[in-house]
Design a protein around this ligand. Structure first.
Ligand code: IPM
Ligand code: MN
Length: 350
């Protein structure tokens, strides 16, 4: 019996999670697995009422779950940074979800903004370090408010943290068994402390994986290749900040935020799956947001639980909906409402 913690969150989060749970229900029936869900109401709404984000006791509770399914956090009335650090990053860090796994896969050429690129050209996975780097929150103000003010933001990279991420990426690349090519994406030419450590670690670990071809791209060049030759990539490993940035570009070349999903993975603990787009306040409550990103996140969650067949079936159903039905992957332009898209996935899954 799987125990799934559900955090619908803010904005369109609850709408897309509702569709994901419909698909979970159908998958459970078809592939005969049992589960229970519990809703956790961490959100901007709750913060505005109670001043609470995620407490240490919540983390202890969440550790008892098989997986976490998250909609979105972000509220227009809450100052930027509070919910991100208090909820999303608190969950990622406290549960030591040190990998952020973001597949970039084009399901239908007509949704790709790049000319002449086909599904086989856009099919790679970004392994983003998810526990340190610039996200560590280290730094300080000096002479705050004066004309001599200095704001320092530190990128914190530990050998242990970098190595576990790189190892995960090599293992993942081997298991994926496609091009068997791992690209390190960094900035060795300028960030000469952090990326020296990354490069050395990468080269050392690579010796243990003679079956995996290795490559390096500076992050700026990687952005260029995403647009020009996305077919060069198989698996990319990078730090937290670069991973955040390049996966938004990745989302665009796979068809947009409406389809992009990710997993915050603790290989030894509880992992959390989420659509990578935000809470989209302007579409909230209109039944127009695309739930496919959340449904793809559910597919990743199922794979993480070991329900590989069910996970594959969810992905196949999404591919059918995308190829046969949707006019667009963008909110309000799909030709179907949020709930209708969820129903279509369920129909193809059955
Ligand atoms: C993401 C988001 C988050 C991040 C924000 C909301 C903190 O952009 O999941 O990519 O920067 O990691
Ligand atoms: Mn982001």
């Amino acid at each position: 019996m799987y125990k799934i913690a559900v955090i619908p969150g803010d904005g369109t989060g609850p709408e897309v999670i509702r569709e994901g749970l419909k698909v979970l229900d159908a998958a459970g029936k078809k592939y005969k697995f049992a589960y229970e869900t519990k809703i956790f109401d961490f959100s901007g709404e709750r913060y505005l009422k109670t001043g609470k984000t995620v407490e240490d006791s919540d983390i202890q509770e969440l550790k008892k779950y098989s997986a976490i399914y998250l909609g979105a956090v972000g509220h227009p009335d809450v100052k930027a940074g509070i919910l991100e650090t208090g909820i999303l990053l608190k969950l990622r860090f406290s549960l030591d979800q040190y990998i952020n796994l973001r597949p970039v896969k084009l399901y239908n050429a007509k949704f790709c903004p790049l000319r002449d690129k086909k599904p086989q050209d856009v099919d790679f996975v970004v392994v983003r370090e998810n526990s340190e780097g610039l996200y560590k929150g280290m730094g300080e103000f000096q002479n705050k408010g004066s004309k001599d003010e200095v704001a320092i933001q530190v990128s914190y990279n530990t050998r242990r943290g970098v190595e576990r991420c790189i190892r995960y990426a090599f293992e993942f690349c081997r298991k994926r068994n496609k091009k068997k090519k791992l690209t390190l994406c960094g900035k060795t030419n300028v960030l000469t402390y952090a990326w020296d450590l990354w490069q050395r670690t990468f080269d050392e670990v690579a010796r243990e994986y003679p079956d995996i071809a290795t490559d390096y791209a500076h992050v700026d060049a990687a952005c260029m290749w995403f647009v020009k030759n996305p077919e060069w990539f198989d698996v990319i490993v990078t730090d937290n900040m670069f991973g955040d940035i390049i996966t938004d570009l990745g989302a665009m070349i796979q068809g947009g935020m409406g389809i992009a999903a990710g997993g915050n993975i603790n290989p030894q603990g509880v992992s959390m799956f989420e659509p990578i787009g935000g809470s989209a306040p302007k579409y909230t409550g209109k039944n127009v947001i695309n739930p496919l990103a959340a449904i793809c996140a559910l597919g990743m969650l199922l794979e993480n639980l070991g329900e590989v067949e069910a996970s594959q079936a969810v992905e196949n159903a999404v591919i059918k909906v995308v190829s046969k039905k949707l006019k667009s992957l963008a909110a309000g332009k799909m030709g179907y409402s949020t709930s209708e898209v969820g129903d279509l996935v369920v129909k193809y899954l059955r």
